[in-house]
Design a protein. Structure first.
Length: 510
């Protein structure tokens, strides 16, 4: 691989316009990050308008992640074949168009379908951006900074999303939060078509559709089974979905090992640093996502904050992640990769542990401090693991490697919302409401607030008090489960990332 990488290094480092090109790439990241965060903020309004059941509400939250997790590897490999610039621009155009469908969804079922289609488009964006960074920046230190900016923009999106979304929700209808994707998409496509260099694998081989189907069926089957079992308990449906998913994934792996040009080169996982970074990403998001999904509801429906105020309240997490992401490469070189990743994960775990003591009247200083630590830990860990994954593979495999990284992220998000979210809803449904509490109030806290508007004042107040207390109990329990997952991930990363470095060339290749 040395002959492929080294002669182009100086040329790549001096490539004019590479930082402007990076600016276009991070717009795509911003697009996805903003979309993910505004959904949580809009959930109470979607609940009120579309009246989804508790199960439908979870599907609205996680079907995007289900679909994107199933297609990321396929789309990353497709980008390696047809061109990463091309798939990024096509995906961004589709993402903007489908955002309109999300905005004008008239039923919970339509919203679920729209979120699924958005997952198809979203699957093209993230692997393409990281793979293009790998091809734009060959110098390890410049690449670390570029990946840091990439990660910091994703974090900034999580800050911009709630604040802009909160402003829109106070002045317009909930669908407006999805329409903010359109101007970002327009700039990305118009400027990216001029600035971004095209890159693809020289001799990629055919795109194997059987592998695509096996990957999608496998990922969706397994995640659906986990979701069903967590929400409704073990069942034959969940068992059948799990067996189907595992069989499809087994077939996928076997097929990749025999194909001359596989969709995903399984040999990447022989590299301990690569495998450790992927596992760290998966467990981190699993521990975080379920909690974050319900935090916006806590701030609005339990503490009574307005949407814009709730968005501002979540700002410390994004600020911590932005700052940590920008210095992560320096920290990993100054100390070690495993110190940076394990330290970041442990910090998140301890912050989540602190959140187990929250109640309805918890003051903002505690919440803000915990969110700041969570953001800093996530920014440190994600930036370094993304850098490790990119530096572990030669540039022609960048799309596939980036897709594995993003698959871990999205799979963790789906599992987190399914498992931790189900802890919250499981505890919540058992609240002791007064006689005459409607069934809809037990589906979700948003449903309880909506139902209270049609009940006598005293009964409504008693029911809401019980519902909010039960919701907070569930949230605290989920925070404890998330803390345990994050601390376990910190220990695993310390072992798996032993000896891993960001600088250097051939030592990183599997």
């Amino acid at each position: 691989m040395t002959s492929t990488l080294q002669p182009t290094t100086t040329e790549a480092v001096k490539r004019p316009g590479r930082w402007l090109a990076l600016g276009v790439l991070v717009l795509a990241v911003l697009l996805v990050a903003v979309d993910a965060t505004v959904l949580g903020l809009a959930t109470p309004y979607i609940s009120e308008d579309l009246k989804p059941s508790g199960t439908q509400l979870l599907w609205i939250g996680d079907v995007y992640s289900f679909v994107i997790a199933g297609l990321l590897v396929s789309m990353g490999s497709l980008g390696d074949r047809i061109g990463r610039k091309r798939i990024l621009l096509v995906g961004a155009t589709a993402f903007g168009a489908i955002s309109v469908l999300n905005a004008y969804a008239g039923t919970a079922g339509t919203m679920i379908v729209a979120r699924a289609l958005l997952g198809v488009a979203g699957a093209t964006l993230m692997p393409a951006t990281l793979a293009l960074i790998r091809n734009l920046f060959h110098d390890p230190r410049e690449r670390s900074l570029a990946v840091g900016i990439w990660g910091a923009t994703a974090s900034a999106g999580t800050a911009v999303g709630p604040i802009v979304g909160g402003f829109l929700l106070e002045h317009f209808w909930w669908g407006s939060v999805f329409l903010i994707n359109l101007p970002v998409m327009a700039v990305l496509v118009l400027v990216g078509s001029r600035l971004l260099p095209e890159s693809r694998t020289a001799e990629p081989g055919p795109w194997d559709l059987v592998s695509v189907v096996l990957s999608l069926v496998g990922m969706v089957g397994v995640v659906y089974a986990v979701k069903e079992a967590a929400t409704h308990g073990p069942s034959w449906t969940a068992a059948a979905a799990c067996l189907l998913g595992l069989a499809a994934l087994y077939g996928f792996v076997r097929r990749q090992l025999t194909l001359p040009a596989p969709l995903l080169d399984m040999r990447l996982f022989r590299h301990r640093g690569f495998s450790g970074a992927v596992l760290a990403d998966l467990l981190t998001i699993l521990g975080l996502s379920g909690l974050v999904f319900f935090l916006s509801q806590y701030l609005q429906l339990v503490q009574g904050r307005r949407p814009f105020e709730a968005g501002l309240a979540e700002l410390p997490a994004a600020l911590g992640a932005v700052v940590a992401g920008l210095v992560a490469g320096h920290v990993a070189r100054r100390f070690s990769v495993r110190s940076a990743v394990s330290g970041g994960l442990a910090a998140i775990g301890l912050a989540l542990a602190v959140l187990t003591v929250i109640d309805r009247s918890t003051g903002y200083p505690l919440l803000g401090a915990a969110l700041l630590v969570v953001g800093a830990g996530a920014g440190l860990s994600f930036t370094v693991t993304a850098d490790v994954i990119l530096s572990s593979v030669p540039k022609e495999r960048a799309g596939s490697a980036s897709a594995v990284s993003e698959t871990a992220y999205e799979l963790g998000a789906a599992l987190g919302i399914a498992v931790l979210g189900s802890i919250v809803t499981g505890v919540y449904r058992d609240f002791a409401g007064p006689a005459g509490t409607p069934a809809a109030a037990r589906e979700s806290l948003g449903g309880a607030v909506e139902a209270a508007a049609h009940m006598p004042a005293h009964s409504a107040r008693v029911m809401l008090d019980a519902a909010r207390a039960s919701f907070v109990d569930g949230l605290a329990l989920a925070a404890g489960a998330g803390a345990a997952v994050l601390l376990a991930a910190a220990g695993a990363a310390w072992f798996l990332l032993r000896g891993q470095r960001l600088d250097g060339g051939g030592a990183h290749h599997p």
